[in-house]
Design a protein around this ligand. Structure first.
Ligand code: FCB
Length: 477
C-alpha cells in the first residue's frame, strides 16, 4: 500500500508447503453464476436493470441465465468436492430473499440457500456466505439506493432474516464484498450498477455501506446460533505505487479513498482526516451521524482481502496526454471523487486478459502492510485469480498463464506467512467462468470452463493444479 522499489520478482516456486489449518477455497457471486433471474419469486436487482440497459455491458450480455447454477447447484457442488475444496465462498442474492428490498420474505429464496449450505456440509465443504455482492433490490435503488441512509437499515433487517435461517450452519459470514466497487463504480464512475456518476452520491454510498456493515454484524451476532461462526468483510485493497516526485501525494489520496475510507471506520472507528479534507469541496460529511462510527467499528474474526494487481499513480501535470489506467472500465465518470487530478499510469506487463498487470509481489506487500497496520487482525485472501482467453481442445483446457498466475500468487501468500502474517486461507476467483460485470461473458476467470451454450463444465489445467495443491498441501512442480 506504500511505494515500493521491489518490482516484480520471480515468485515461481514449487514444493512450498501450506499447513493443515490453511483453508483452500474458491469463490463465486450470485448474479455472476445463478441465472434464474425471475424464478421462484426473485425480484429485480440493480444488475438486472443495468445489464438490460443498452450499451452498459459488452455484447449486451445479462445474468438472466449465466451459469444456470440455480438449477445445477448439485452437480456444481459435486465438482467442488472432486476438486477437494475445503471452503466455498458464495453470495446470497438479496432480491431472492426480499424481492421488494424490505418486508416480505420469499421462503423459496431462503430454501435455495438452505439446500446449498446443506449440500456443502454433506460434502465436507465449509460455507462462507457473503450477504452483499452487489445485487441491490431495485426497489431500494428507486428510493435512493446506497445514497439513502435507510438502505443500511434495510440491509440489517435482511441480514437478520438470513442469519436466522442459516445461522445454525454457515461457518463464516461476510457482510459486504468490495464496497469500494459498490460506491465508486456504482455511483461515481458509472461503470457498475446503478450507473450513476455523482461524486457526492459516491461518498454518501461509502458511508452508508460502512454503516450497513456495522448494523448487519450487530444483527448477525444477535441471531446466529452457531457458536463458532466467524464474521468478516471483504475489501479490495489498492496496492499503490509511485512514479515521480508528485507520487507520494497521489498515493496518499488514493490510499485514503480506496483503502482507509473503509478500514478507518471499520477497524479504527474513524474516517481519516485527510479523506475529509480531500473531499471537502464535495461534502462536509454531515451524513455521518453521531454514534455511526461506534456502530461501524465491530470486531471481525477475519479481514477478507481481494487482490488482482497494482496501480501506479502521480499527480497529472494538466498538460501531457492524460493516462487513466486504473484497471476499471472507463465509461466517462470518475471513481475518484475529489481526486480526479490523480493520473493512473500504464504499468509494466505481463498482463491478464483484463489488461491488469501481474504483480505477485504486490500481494505479499499488501498482506505484510495490513498485518503491520492491524497486527491483531487475521487475514483471508477472499479473491485472487486471472482472466485469460481459454479454449476447449479435445475436452481439455490448457491455461498455462492462469496456472502460472496462481503459482506465483500462492508463492507470494506463502512468503507473507513466512514473514509472520496471520493469513488463514485463500479463495481462488473463480470456481466457474461467469458474468464478469461490465465485460459480460467475454472474460473468463474460472478454474472450470463453462460453455455458455451447453452449460458443460470442463476443469481447466489450473483447476487440476489447484486440486493437486489441495491434496498434497504443496505447490506442485
Ligand atoms: C472483483 C469482484 C468479483 C469479480 C472479480 C474479477 O472485483 O468481487 O465479482 O468480478 O473482481
Amino acid at each position: 500500500m506504500t511505494e515500493t522499489t521491489t518490482g516484480s520478482k520471480d515468485y515461481r516456486d514449487s514444493g512450498l508447503e501450506f499447513p493443515a489449518d490453511f483453508l483452500f477455497g474458491s469463490a463465486t457471486a450470485s448474479y455472476q453464476i445463478e441465472g434464474a433471474a425471475t424464478e421462484d419469486g426473485r425480484g429485480p436487482s440493480i444488475w438486472d436493470t443495468f445489464s438490460h440497459t443498452p450499451g452498459k455491458i459488452v455484447n449486451g450480455d445479462t445474468g438472466d441465465v449465466a451459469d444456470d447454477h440455480y438449477h445445477r447447484w448439485e452437480s456444481d457442488l459435486d465438482l467442488m468436492k472432486e476438486l477437494g475444496l475445503e471452503a466455498y465462498r458464495f453470495s446470497i442474492a438479496w432480491p431472492r430473499i426480499q424481492p421488494d428490498g424490505s418486508g416480505r420474505v420469499n421462503e423459496a429464496g431462503l430454501a435455495f440457500y438452505s439446500r446449498l449450505v446443506d449440500g456443502l456440509l454433506e460434502r465436507g465443504i465449509r460455507p462462507v456466505a457473503t450477504l452483499y455482492h452487489w445485487d441491490l433490490p431495485q426497489a431500494l435503488e428507486d428510493a435512493g439506493g446506497w445514497t439513502n441512509r435507510e438502505t443500511a437499515y434495510r440491509f440489517a433487517e435482511y441480514a437478520a432474516v438470513v442469519g436466522e435461517a442459516l445461522g445454525d450452519r454457515v461457518h463464516t459470514w461476510t457482510t459486504l464484498n468490495e464496497p469500494w466497487c459498490s460506491a465508486y463504480l456504482g455511483y461515481g464512475s458509472g461503470a457498475h450498477a446503478p450507473g450513476r456518476t455523482e461524486p457526492l452520491a459516491a461518498l454518501q454510498a461509502v458511508h452508508h455501506l460502512n454503516l450497513a456493515h456495522g448494523l448487519a454484524l450487530q444483527e448477525l451476532r444477535r441471531v446466529v446460533t452457531k457458536a463458532d461462526a466467524e464474521y468478516s468483510v471483504t475489501l479490495n485493497f489498492h496496492v499503490i505505487r509511485g512514479h515521480d516526485d508528485s507520487s507520494p501525494e497521489a498515493i496518499r489520496r488514493i490510499d485514503a479513498l480506496a483503502n482507509r475510507a473503509f478500514t478507518g471506520p471499520m477497524l479504527r472507528g474513524e474516517y481519516p482526516a485527510d479523506l475529509l479534507e480531500d473531499t471537502a469541496a464535495i461534502t462536509d460529511w454531515s451524513f455521518v451521524q453521531p454514534g455511526d462510527l461506534d456502530v461501524i467499528r465491530q470486531p471481525i474474526d477475519v479481514l477478507g482481502v481481494n487482490y488482482y494487481s497494482t496501480v501506479t499513480v502521480k499527480m497529472w501535470d494538466g498538460e501531457s496526454p492524460r493516462q487513466n489506467a486504473d484497471g476499471h472500465k472507463d465509461v466517462g465518470g470518475s471513481p475518484w471523487p475529489g481526486s480526479t487530478d490523480v493520473e493512473f499510469l500504464v504499468q509494466e506487463g505481463p498482463y491478464t486478459a483484463m489488461g491488469w498487470n501481474i504483480a505477485p509481489d504486490g500481494l505479499e506487500e499488501l498482506l505484510v502492510s495490513l498485518s503491520e497496520q492491524f497486527p491483531e487482525q487475521p487475514l483471508m485472501i477472499t479473491e485472487n485469480g486471472a482472466a485469460f482467453d481459454d479454449v476447449v481442445e479435445d475436452g481439455r483446457v490448457h491455461d498455462p498463464e492462469r496456472l502460472d498466475y496462481l503459482r506465483r500468487h500462492f508463492t507470494a501468500a506463502h512468503r507473507a506467512k513466512q514473514r509472520g502474517v496471520d493469513l488463514r486461507g485463500y479463495f481462488v476467483w473463480s470456481l466457474l467462468d461467469n458474468f464478469e460485470w461490465g465485460y459480460g461473458y467475454t472474460k473468463r476467470f474460472g478454474i472450470v470452463h463453462v460453455d455458455y451454450d451447453t452449460q458443460v463444465r470442463t476443469v481447466k489445467d489450473s483447476g487440476r493444479f489447484y486440486q493437486e495443491l489441495i491434496r498434497t498441501r504443496r505447490l506442485p512442480e
